[in-house]
Structure formats: C-alpha cells, structure tokens
Design a protein around this ligand. Structure first.
Ligand code: SAH
Length: 343
C-alpha cells in the first residue's frame, strides 16, 4: 500500500508496539476513533460517499414503512403520547420521508429520538429535519431513550451491520482468534491460512436487551432492516469494506472505507424471543416491501412524474425488491411486545 493515511500509520505503529489486535478492536478503532474514525470524519452515505442505502434511492421506502408503523400504532389503539426512535438515521432521509407521510395522512407527529454516533451525520440529520420544525432529541446510546413519552415506534435501516465483529479461524481442529498484525510494513490478517472461519458480534446481546427493555417499559414495536442471513450459519466470512461504491480489502483505505458484516438474523430472532418479545420474520426485504404496497405506491408516483423521475423510481423499486439485487439479501424483522399483525 502506498501513501498510508496518518490514521493508518498510527494503527501500524500501535500494532508494532502492542502486538496484533483482534478484528473487533481493529473495526472499533477504524470506525469509531474519536478523531480519525470513519464515522467521525466522513459522510459515508450518498453518491459522493461510499454506499447508497434504500431511503437514499427512493422516497417510497420511507413512505410505506411509515404506513406500516401507523398501522401498528392504530392497531394498538392510537396510544398517546408516542415517540419515534430511529437507530443510525444516516442523513435523516428515512425519517423525513416518514414524517412527510404522517403529515399527509393527518397523523400527529410523535416526539422524535435519534440514536446516532456520528457528529457529522447528526449535523446532516439536523439540516434534513429542520423544515419539520419539531423538537428532536439526539442520543448516542439506546439506554437514554425516554421512558415518559409513551408508545414507541422504533426503526433501523442498516444499523446492525455496522457493529464490530470478532473473527475466529480454525486450524487443524482448533479455533483461534483472527488478528491483524504486521508483515514488514503491511497490515495483514493473521493467521493467513486456515481451514474455516466464523464470526460473532459481541455487542448484539446487550443491544437486544436494551431495545427489549425499552419496548417493555413503553409498549411499542420495532422494525429492523439490514443485509444478512436468516438460516443458522456457523461458518464463513462476511466482513467487507466499501470505498466509493467499490469493495476493497478491509486493510486498505483505513478510516476512509466503511466496514460492515452480514447480520445474523437467526441470532437476532432468538435473542429477541428469549427477551420475551414477539418476533415476525425474518422476511426478505423484497417480500416485505411488496406486502406493504411498495409497488403500488411507486406506480402511483410514476403517474405524476416526469419520464426521468419515473425511471429513477422504477429502477430503485427493482433494486430494492428483486431477489437478484437487494430483495433477497436484505431482510426485515419486526419486534413487538404486543401481538400485532403486519401487512
Ligand atoms: N439508516 C441510514 C444509515 C445507515 S448507515 C440509512 O438507511 O441511510 C449506519 C448508521 O448507523 C449511520 O447513521 C451511523 O453513523 C450509525 N451508527 C453506526 N454505529 C453506530 C452506533 N454504535 N451507535 C449509533 N449509531 C451508529
């Protein structure tokens, strides 16, 4: 690698002095370092960033999800007060599309709580949501979400995939932690050769518990959408780095590329059930979106759109729902402490 960034040099120096670090330590530092971490220095989402998310592709995503959440709320008897909690709101686009839908259906705005770790994205969310002129509270932890603002509608798109994972590799029957060390001046995974690899995300159980507690205290439902797998999967590597819409090695473009992994929806489901929640799904994103009127809403918008807008809306619809694109890889689960039905 030529011309390492100063951040990369800092990590190399650290590895040189302390020895190899675990994959989870590496991801934590690369993403969350207070000064140079990816989430503190970059706006990752958008055409100028490293990747595009569903709400950035079409307003219909947020609109039909808002419809689903309104159904949940109305089925629960339209309890008031109620609040919205979004985990990892990105540029605030999903929340803006949802609030617009609430407004157009004459549903009162809930109070808004956003859990966001990135100061740069928080500033973007402030700008995106300013036109709604409603009070918004930002949090960096789920544990500070309010307990005095009633029923909770929680949503998170592509939140879980950003949490750091451990990797373990199997060599001749023994599992050992995969680490990142140095070969000469290059950062490398060690060991480099192995028979099998598995991953785990140690933050997930605590986060599931925090969310479940929040829903138990306040009542409510949560909808999670992310890419991942729903079959029990014990082996395989899913850690990936994206830099300007291209896959790169996680050890390249350090602090400049996003690092994510595929979410284990099977584990999420079991953990939420063990926490006493009712879980619907996992369902593929394609099936879920189609079941809540995504295609109909897209067609409706297209009848009033310019040919160019229509083409953008239709391309996004195919991208989000078609099994060969994001329709099957992305999944959703709904979690509630009430027995609600969706779609
Ligand atoms: N939901 C948005 C953004 C997805 S990207 C969209 O669909 O466009 C991941 C989001 O999670 C970003 O907003 C990122 O800053 C945030 N994030 C990542 N790790 C986080 C953490 N540990 N706590 C809170 N937010 C986090």
């Amino acid at each position: 690698m030529n011309n390492p960034t100063s951040f990369e040099s800092k990590i190399r120096t650290q590895v040189k002095s302390t020895g190899p670090i675990t994959v989870a330590e590496f991801i934590t530092q690369v993403l969350y370092d207070p000064r140079e971490g990816y989430y503190n220095t970059k706006i990752p989402i958008g055409r100028e960033g490293d990747y595009l998310t569903a709400p950035e592709m079409t307003q219909v995503f947020g609109e039909v999800i808002a419809g689903w959440l309104i159904d949940v709320w109305q089925n629960a008897g339209s309890p008031k007060p109620f609040h919205f909690a979004e985990l990892g709101p990105g540029r605030g686009t999903l929340m803006a599309d949802m609030l617009r839908t609430f407004k157009s259906l004459n549903i009162p705005f809930p109070s808004i709580h956003l859990v966001e770790i990135s100061p740069l994205l928080k500033a973007q969310q402030q700008a995106t949501l300013a036109p709604f002129s409603i009070p918004i509270t930002w949090h960096t932890e789920i544990t500070t979400l309010p307990t005095d603002q009633g029923f909770c509608l929680m949503v998170a798109n592509e939140f879980w995939d950003a949490l750091p994972i451990h990797q373990q590799v199997n060599i001749e029957g023994n599992w050992v932690e995969r680490r990142i060390g140095l070969e000469g001046d290059q950062l490398v995974f060690i060991p480099q050769n192995f028979d099998a690899i598995r991953e785990s995300c140690p933050a997930i159980p605590a986060i599931v518990e925090q969310i479940s507690n929040h829903l138990k205290i306040n009542g409510g439902a949560a909808l999670f959408i992310d890419y991942g797998y729903d079959e029990p999967k014990s082996l395989g590597e899913t850690l990936q780095a994206l830099y300007r819409h291209q896959k790169v090695s996680p050890l390249e473009h350090i602090g400049l590329a996003d690092l994510t992994h595929h979410v284990d929806f099977h584990q999420l489901k079991i953990l939420f059930q063990e926490a006493g929640m009712i879980v619907q799904g996992p369902t593929s994103q394609g099936d879920f979106l189609q079941s809540i009127g995504f295609m109909e809403r897209t067609d409706q918008l297209c009848t009033h759109a310019t040919p160019e807008q229509s083409s953008t809306l239709k391309t996004a619809a195919i991208r989000l729902t078609h099994p060969s694109q994001m329709g099957a890889l992305f999944k959703m689960i709904a979690v509630t402490e009430l027995n609600i039905t969706h779609a």
